[in-house]
Write a protein that binds this ligand. Sequence first.
Ligand code: 5GP
Ligand code: MN
Length: 339
Amino acid sequence: MNKAQIKEVKTLLSTPKKIVIVTHWSPDGDAMGSSLGLYNYLIQDKHNVTVITPNDYPAFLNWLPGNKKVIDFSKNAKVTKPLLAKADMIFCLDFNSLKRINILGDEVGKSKAIKFIIDHHLQPEDFAKYMLHSVEACSACELVFDFINLMGDGKKINSNIANCLYTGMMTDTGSFRFPSTTERTHVIVAALIKAGADNSEIHNRIYDDNTEGRLRLLGYCLSEKLTVLKEYNTAFFSLRADELKRFNYKKGDTEGIVNYALSIEGICFAAFFVERDDAVKTSFRSKGTFDVNLFARKNFNGGGHAHAAGGQSDLSLDEAVIKFVSFLPEYKKELNKKR
Ligand code: 5GP
Ligand code: MN
């Protein structure tokens, strides 16, 4: 956003508007934290604001301030379609392409509302009038913090906003350990704690809220489902739907499992495959120079960041895994680069 655009957006927001905030499919901590952080900012100025998610999100995010006001498009298309059609502004948070919000993307695309992207994923598509975008940002929450400050409203960051933004910064950086974590991340986090973010409590709510089933599913993955391919410095897990059921799977239960594969000594590429109703969902993570965004884009109809990306496959679970393994020789040199 250049100076003129900042002024335009300030002018737009100087009178009450009908605003919709949308975020990506299967919302995570950053998707919900950034959306509700922005929501809690915009409602201070008498705007009519609605957060719409394309589908459901994990229960460990249900405590975020404003959560009760969130509408799930997959369950409430009738209510949400007119909201999108009549909106003055639509903010698109934590995604770079309308494909990432599935059929909700058609409604956003059709709407005459002024669109605004706030995102940190690579290669954003050109579907919005305004864009606050940086791949350097550790999270969309970092950019919402910037947005509020660009609007000259840093003082309006209250504890509700601070708790939301801290959540996304924490989850997207793997609790401030991924290479995306910078000095700036910590400076902003310090400001958020000063504004009332309860950092220790947020950590408890997100990470110490396991059901017994979730913990046993993790144990099962680690002991029974891990494949390590030393030749390619690669490790992966795959889970069938019946295995999820056995552990009483709830949305979000498999989040983070892929990181255990990446934590193995010498491993620089980790993957996770899970059988969903409609497709096989894949998660990719890497360390060092291996770019999983490129890998996911090229091979699994997906994308994301250089070190964390995802995608999907219409093949069966076993076939998707076989396909994955068959790609590895092509990347052998890269996967064996000294770090
Ligand atoms: P996860 O593996 O946790 O689902 O996603 C890791 C990162 O990749 C996140 O930033 C997420 O937004 C992105 N991502 C996951 N799935 C897809 C996908 O199918 N397409 C694209 N473009 N990005 C994805
Ligand atoms: Mn994010």
